[in-house]
Design a protein around this ligand. Structure first.
Ligand code: SAM
Ligand code: SF4
Length: 444
């Protein structure tokens, strides 16, 4: 393997096959990026190693959204260097362009690879897919066909980047401005997945519902994918509340293949905090959206992201978030304690909510969430619903999830079914037991 640090290039110029291993930290977009890096490396002769200690090349797809994720990267780099000193380390993802991270890790990392620049590595790929003289848009790398890690459910990245500059968030700096793939390209990838037996296509971007390709907005794109013949589900994430239109709610309602689950990050339940976060919507707007979604799709599940302890968030302001949680009755929420991120607008503000208070706020929201999620799940009891099977646990029980994104553990009494491979299959399950974050049932 040749690593040309000056030109930031990797090539497998040796006869013996070299191996790679990828460690992914963070969101669905990072997982999808890793699938493209894997495809890219395999195209150039690398094969997958069993783990990072056996690999010649270790790729770290990094996340910088919270300090804890960043610290994990520092720990991992040290660990790889200790356990596998000969391995070359490639760092991509959110931290790959951060000067302070480069300074801290120095020579421990062999190649710094901003993900959108992967096309520069091999001129041939670039030549194949677009005129090499033209400028590379930061979504062009999405043309690389991923090595999908699942055989039945695939992330389909429809765009990259973000224009919203929420005060706490590094994504616009790490991934650049929003760019979207042409609808034609997305349709071709989706059709190919369905043709190959995929049961689920997950359309992903930082703000899926800001999608635009000429006259095609996200709602129209959903309709186009929904029109592909076949037996499959469509999911999408993440939607921004400011771009959640009535047209999109109507499309979700009318398109049979689109799952009735919406992930709509609220981030805070107080208008002053939302303004300080630069979210561009109010609590009333958010509540109205939920009302419209529930009116159109009473069965829909609603999940969210929320940050506790944003700079200056008072106890009173936080109590508005708790109140909103009680009112909306979310099915699931990713509750994050605010973590200052260098380079963001909020980094200049005093991180003045004490760590213990952030923890207390997180726990308070979690308590409400457990209660409302359980209440929501009670309506499934005794019902028969469609489940997409995703695997089998160590005890030999199958598990999967519903279109509304509820995890389901399945009891099988029939021996035939117990030994049949059900992974990636749709089955009908009668729900016999409900918990806060999961359901249980038997195949009917
Ligand atoms: N684009 C999505 C949106 O509009 O909400 C979210 C993408 S962001 C990468 C994922 C989540 O990480 C956010 O919804 C937010 O709750 C959380 N997050 C981002 N920056 C954070 C920070 N500095 N501290 C704590 N949580 C953060
Ligand atoms: Fe980050 Fe806000 Fe963009 Fe989401 S919308 S990626 S939270 S800047």
């Amino acid at each position: 393997m040749v690593i040309d640090k000056k030109n930031n290039k990797i090539s497998n110029g040796v006869k013996n096959k070299k191996t790679y291993y990828i460690i992914t930290i963070g969101c669905q977009m990072n997982k999808s990026d890793s699938e493209r890096v894997a495809a890219y490396l395999e195209k150039y002769g690398f094969s997958l190693a069993r783990n990072e200690t056996k690999a010649d090349l270790v790729v770290l797809t990094t996340c910088g959204v919270r300090q804890a994720a960043e610290d994990r990267v520092y720990g991992l780099v040290g660990e790889i260097k200790r356990k596998n000193p000969k391995a070359k380390i490639v760092l991509t993802g959110c931290l790959s362009e951060r000067k302070d991270v480069k300074k801290r890790l120095g020579d421990k990392v062999d190649v710094w690879l901003p993900i959108s620049q992967i096309l520069n590595f091999k001129f041939q790929i670039l030549k194949k897919i677009r005129n090499p003289k033209s400028e590379i848009r930061n979504c062009d790398y999405l043309k690389i066909k991923p090595k999908y890690s699942s055989k039945f459910s695939a992330f389909l990245a429809i765009g990259n980047g973000c224009n919203n500059f929420c005060a706490y968030c590094v994504v616009p700096y790490a991934r650049g401005r929003e760019v979207y793939r042409p609808a034609k390209e997305i349709l071709a990838e989706a059709k190919n997945l369905i043709k190959n037996g995929y049961r689920e296509v997950i359309l992903i971007a930082q703000n899926v519902n800001s999608y635009k390709d000429g006259k095609i907005n996200f709602s129209k794109l959903l309709k186009i994918v929904n029109n592909i013949p076949g037996d499959f589900w469509i999911r999408f994430a993440t939607s921004h509340p400011k771009d959640m239109s009535n047209e999109l709610i109507k499309t979700m309602t009318n398109c049979g293949r689109v799952c009735k689950h919406i992930h709509l990050p609220v981030q805070a339940g107080n208008d002053k905090v939302l303004k300080a976060m630069n979210r561009n919507y109010t609590v009333a707007h958010y509540k109205n959206l939920i009302k419209n979604i529930r009116q159109a799709m009473p069965e829909a599940s609603i999940t969210t992201d929320v940050i506790v302890g944003f700079p200056g968030e008072t106890k009173k302001q936080f109590s508005n978030t708790a109140k909103l949680f009680r009112k909306i009755k979310f099915d699931m929420a990713y509750i994050a304690r605010y973590s200052p991120r260098p380079g963001t607008a909020a980094y200049k503000l005093k991180d003045d909510v004490a760590p213990e208070e952030k923890k207390r706020r997180e726990e308070e929201l979690m308590k409400i969430l457990r209660k409302t999620a359980l209440e929501n799940n009670e309506k499934y009891l005794g019902k028969t619903i469609e489940v997409l099977i995703s695997g089998k646990n160590k005890r030999g029980e199958w598990y999967g999830y519903t279109g509304t994104n509820k995890n389901v553990k399945i009891r099988i009494t029939n021996y035939e079914l117990r030994i049949t491979n059900l992974t990636g299959k749709f089955v009908k399950v009668k729900i016999t037991k409900v918990r806060d974050f999961g359901l249980e049932g038997t195949i009917v």
